[in-house]
Design a binder for this molecule. Structure first.
Ligand code: NAP
Length: 282
């Protein structure tokens, strides 16, 4: 598997498996199937409420820990952030059955972001987390976090797909040594992504499907991505993206689909800031 080198030297597989919205009772099977298909990088979150099921599948696989790359995410914490962040990390690690995480992301740029970040820095220094990062941070928030803390996030996981390409975010994060990672690579099918004529034509030119063309487009931009599917056939198909290359013209045709806006919601929308920032997860 192709890897991306993070700003502290950690090698992260460029393609992983995401488990958002897989119900807990289906997650163990999905992760077991994904491991059998060849995935070694898994992306979950405390708020997905399926960390335990991910952990059971990882343990049952019998794979050596160092062959796996596991990401989970810290939900917005109550104050004092230092204490709550440490407790949340320990809870997630225990549910996953792991004594260290490969990547721990602050899921949302809300609450006592600085207190949460400094607690994550401490856990990283203690060797409990190989790399720390953020998610859903707009460029202004990333720059502020970088400018006033010791450790620069390794990753910023943000919505990124053909209809919201995030070229400017990639540049601004990249200038600071931060890799943007795509969430929602297929925009969950919004905007008729799976039947889009441009994506269909680009895929067909290589004997590939729309999802394969999309994953290839992200990977060729150097953007790591987590594909989610509960179907073993789709899991396998989504891994078949390393045996072809898009031309510069094809890359540009896909980039031209960018609408410049989220297909979900804007993390800077005051109503969303209140709603997400006040939500709590166990
Ligand atoms: P997505 O990847 O854009 O779309 C997932 C949908 O695509 C699923 O319904 C899946 O259906 C379908 N699909 C997958 N492969 C397919 C294929 N080859 N052909 C046809 N359909 C296919 O959306 P997502 O799951 O929301 O995002 C992916 C991952 O990003 C998540 O699992 C999570 O790890 C991460 N994420 C992070 C955040 C964040 O705030 N940090 C937010 C959202 C997502 P089937 O399962 O039926 O195949």
């Amino acid at each position: 598997m192709q890897t991306v080198t993070l700003n502290n030297g950690v090698q992260m597989p460029i393609l992983g498996f995401g488990v958002f919205q897989i119900p807990a009772e289906q997650t163990e099977q999905a992760v077991t199937d994904a491991l059998a298909a060849g995935y070694r990088k898994f992306d979950t979150a405390a708020s997905y409420e399926n960390e335990e099921a991910v952990g059971r599948a990882l343990a049952a696989s019998g794979l050596p820990r160092e062959e796996l790359f596991i990401t989970t995410k810290l939900w917005v914490q109550d104050n004092p952030a230092a204490e709550h962040t440490r407790r949340a990390f320990e809870t997630s690690a225990k549910r996953l059955g792991l004594d260290y995480l490969d990547l721990y992301l602050m899921h949302q740029p809300f609450g006592d972001v600085y207190g949460q970040w400094r607690a994550m820095e401490a856990l990283h220094r203690e060797g409990r987390i190989k790399a720390i990062g953020v998610s859903n941070f707009s460029p202004d928030r990333v720059v502020d976090l970088v400018d006033h803390n010791d450790i620069t996030p390794a990753v910023n996981q943000i919505e990124a797909h053909p209809f919201f390409g995030r070229a400017a975010d990639q540049e601004i994060n990249g200038e600071r040594g931060i890799v943007i990672e795509s969430w929602g690579p297929f925009a969950a099918g919004k905007n008729n992504l799976f039947t889009d004529p441009v994506l269909t034509a680009v895929g067909q030119a290589h004997g590939k499907s729309v999802p394969q063309a999309v994953l290839r487009w992200l990977i060729q931009r150097g953007i790591p991505v987590n594909a989610k599917s509960v179907s073993p056939e789709r899991m396998a198909a989504n891994l078949e993206v390393f045996d072809f290359e898009l031309t510069p013209q094809e890359m540009d045709r896909i980039a031209a689909l960018d609408t410049g806006a989220s297909l979900y919601f804007d993390h800077r929308d005051p109503a969303m800031v209140t709603w997400l920032g006040n939500r709590r997860t166990s």
